[in-house]
Design a binder for this molecule. Structure first.
Ligand code: 13P
Length: 258
């Protein structure tokens, strides 16, 4: 983390979990545990589409933001089952995860569709959490850095510099660390996050790159968050499993506030 240069963002990705009726109890347990949390650290929960209205209602006024886990690249029209960026912002959604590896793996998302979605999200006030990361096979082939570089470059194609970049977060999520309990070592995660920052500096400038929040995701939990967040280029986390437990999620948010 580097508090002087950029904000820290801890976002929970609930994936396809939780029910509308469970959100209030989650909030009631979480909020007293994070009562001291301060302005430079943002916390958010990204829920399935159908839970967004309830989550927005429950978290209203708490300082905890609410995000979606996906969106369409199209503005409107005949796209059955899809949800547009404008529909998300119309109900007050503040964040959207784009290009999560589960979307890439199971639903055919590509670097190009991630780019289209990122451009569409930027037309709205939402902050886009753009996910990149390598599979185990790619790591073993030694192509992690070049692959992540290409993912970032393609995702941000035609994204202008300046203010728009303030609405972009890059989440580095090694696929082999997601839901497996295997976390990247803080050093390995830092190495790739630094590669990402260098790519951002090449695409824009050093100053812009230094202002962009880069999260780590992949089995981040209450035990390892502090060490990961202590790395200079890791500015937060995208948390799956541990974000479903208010006590564990609170420990991670508080680790970002120390
Ligand atoms: P886990 O924290 O469950 O490994 O999930 C990480 C993730 O995919 C967050 O988007």
């Amino acid at each position: 983390m580097n508090r002087e240069l950029r904000k820290t963002v801890i976002a929970g990705n609930w994936k396809m979990n939780m029910l509308a009726s469970e959100i209030k109890a989650f909030k009631d347990e979480l909020m007293p545990l994070i009562s001291g949390y301060s302005a430079w650290c943002e916390a958010a929960i990204c829920t399935p589409f159908v839970l967004l209205p309830s989550a927005l209602d429950v978290f209203k006024g708490t300082g905890v933001g609410v995000g979606a886990q996906n969106m369409s690249q199209h503005e409107s029209g005949a796209y059955t089952g899809e949800v547009s960026a404008t529909q998300l912002t119309d109900i007050g959604t503040q964040y959207v995860i784009i290009g999560h590896s589960e979307r890439r793996q199971y639903y055919g998302e590509t670097d190009e569709s991630v780019n289209e979605k990122t451009l569409a999200a930027l037309k709205t006030p939402m902050t886009a959490i753009v996910c990149v990361g390598e599979t185990l096979e790619q790591r073993e082939q030694g192509i992690t850095n070049s692959l992540v570089t290409k993912q970032v470059e393609t995702a941000l194609k035609n994204v202008p510099g300046g203010e728009e970049l303030g609405k972009i977060i890059i989440a580095y999520e090694p696929v082999w660390a997601i839901g497996t309990g295997k976390t990247a070592t803080p050093e390995d995660a830092q190495e790739v996050c630094k590669v990402i920052r260098d790519v951002l500096a090449k695409l824009y400038c050093e100053k812009s790159a230094a202002s962009i929040t880069i999260q780590y995701g992949g089995s981040m939990n209450d035990k390892n968050a502090k060490e990961l967040l202590a790395q200079p280029d890791i500015d937060g986390g995208l948390i799956g499993g541990a974000s479903l437990k208010p006590d564990a999620f609170a420990v991670i948010i508080n680790a970002a506030n120390q």
